[in-house]
Design a protein around this ligand. Structure first.
Ligand code: NIG
Ligand code: FE
Length: 418
């Protein structure tokens, strides 16, 4: 089947020579086609061009059995956002801790009292797989209508072997039923259960010797993650877990340097992590280490915004030649929103990124950070037809400027109009 979308005011983030990721000064450039058309053949992008060439291009499809044309009447088309870091499988919410935070308690203080991740773990233990699937499905539908077409989802609220497997099976179910592209990460060390306090090495042993082999046997995860930070897991714990995961073919994607200069970035790069995420604490050493790597530095502006944390030095990283990705971190504790349009606005407003830089940071670079850059993340021939159509807007820069509005009017995923 041929689907032809025409009268597109701007076709955003077009690649004629697709790249894996965009780095440094190149992040300020995107390619757009004004007054454009876009052709989809059998769920894949087959062509694009300027409206003046539309009729001529369509002649080559004359003999196709089914042709559907869509007049977009001056709307814009953008590749769907890829959100390469979320924890969107969870039970309940944590607005009571939010009030504690307003009153002055820190994220770490709440965690020490048995709140935070342990609170979500308790609720997850009480929830059935069906309940978790339903709640996460609703979140996926919500982010779909805000422009997200691919999402990475982590386990990590299970904390114990069976509960971690439960979370990963929920993610597997979501992969089967959702039109979004989903990658699963086994978050092997997220918080230490109270009964393991003071016995951290034993806890890590349990995750390595009991949980990991079961995760691998059921092929439930694409990646492995560790929360390598002050008050959570050390570099030594992290390295043990990453080494064990890599034996099963799980590439690391890690939580690093959110609360301190934790050594997490260096540990991630050492084990060729696909991404290191959060990065509130980044100095020259971390930048130098990342420059020499294939690891995508990923900032989570929603978490820094919600917790009032220092801002990651995005400008400095890009000026040094690094790529930067921006993801939502959608979770009940530090970022209860998966709105990538808002993430893009925060990128511009708080991190001083240009609209073009946030487009690269939320599409192709996040596609790289979840390993789907060959199929998603830009409008390029042969990539999957995952894109959104905006409301009538004056410029693409209007998207991050008009923060808090949903400018997505319709969504196409795998060639299917949602
Ligand atoms: O990415 N930092 C660690 N983990 C999550 C928060 C999880 C939670 O508080 O529930 C994060 O921010
Ligand atoms: Fe996270």
């Amino acid at each position: 089947m041929i689907q032809a979308f025409y009268n597109i005011k701007s076709l955003i983030q077009v690649e004629t020579h697709p790249v894996e990721r965009v780095c440094g000064a190149d992040m300020a450039k995107i390619n757009t086609i004004e007054e454009a058309f876009l052709i989809v053949k059998d769920k894949l992008i087959a062509g694009f061009g300027k409206m003046k060439d539309y009729q001529k291009t369509m002649q080559q499809y004359e003999n196709e059995e089914e042709i559907r044309e869509y007049d977009l009447m001056g709307r814009m088309v953008s590749p769907s956002y890829c959100d390469s870091h979320t924890h969107l499988v969870y039970a309940g919410s944590r607005e009571i801790e939010y009030i504690d935070k307003i009153r002055g308690l820190s994220y770490e203080e709440i965690a020490k009292r048995g709140g935070g991740i342990l609170n979500s773990a308790k609720r997850l233990h009480e929830a059935s797989e069906e309940e978790l699937v339903e709640a996460a499905w609703n979140r996926l539908e919500e982010i779909k209508w805000m422009g997200t077409g691919a999402v990475e989802i982590k386990s990590g609220y299970g904390l114990y072997p069976e509960q971690e497997l439960k979370m990963l099976r929920v993610i597997r179910k979501l992969q089967e039923i959702s039109p979004l592209t989903i990658r699963a990460t086994f978050l092997a060390a997220h918080a230490i259960p109270l009964e393991y306090r003071g016995r951290q090495a034993e806890y890590v042993d349990m995750m390595i010797n009991e949980t990991l082999p079961m995760v691998a046997a059921e092929e439930l995860a694409d990646y492995i993650d560790v929360f390598c930070d002050k008050g959570f897991f050390t570099v030594e714990d992290t390295e043990r877990l990453l080494m064990a995961g890599m034996k099963y073919g799980l590439r690391p994607k890690i939580h690093a340097n959110e609360l301190d200069f934790s050594g997490g970035v260096q540990a991630g790069v050492k084990y060729n992590a696909l991404s290191v995420d959060h990065l509130e604490y980044i100095g020259d050493d971390e930048i130098a280490c990342l420059l020499d790597s294939e690891t995508m530095p990923t900032i989570l502006p929603g978490a820094a915004f919600f917790l009032g944390m220092p801002l990651s030095p995005a400008r400095k990283m890009m000026d040094a030649g690094l790529p930067v990705a921006l993801s939502s971190d959608y979770n009940p504790g530090s970022s209860p929103s998966g709105n990538m349009q808002f993430v893009a606005s925060l990128g511009c407003i708080r991190y001083k990124m240009l609209p073009e830089e946030v487009i690269n940071a939320t599409t192709i670079n996040t596609a790289y950070a979840m390993g789907v850059q060959d199929e998603l993340g830009s409008i390029a021939k042969g990539k999957r037809a995952n894109f959104f159509i905006t409301e009538p807007i004056p410029t693409y820069q209007f998207m991050p400027y008009a923060y808090g509005h949903n400018k997505v009017e319709s969504v196409v995923l795998n060639g299917e109009v949602q």
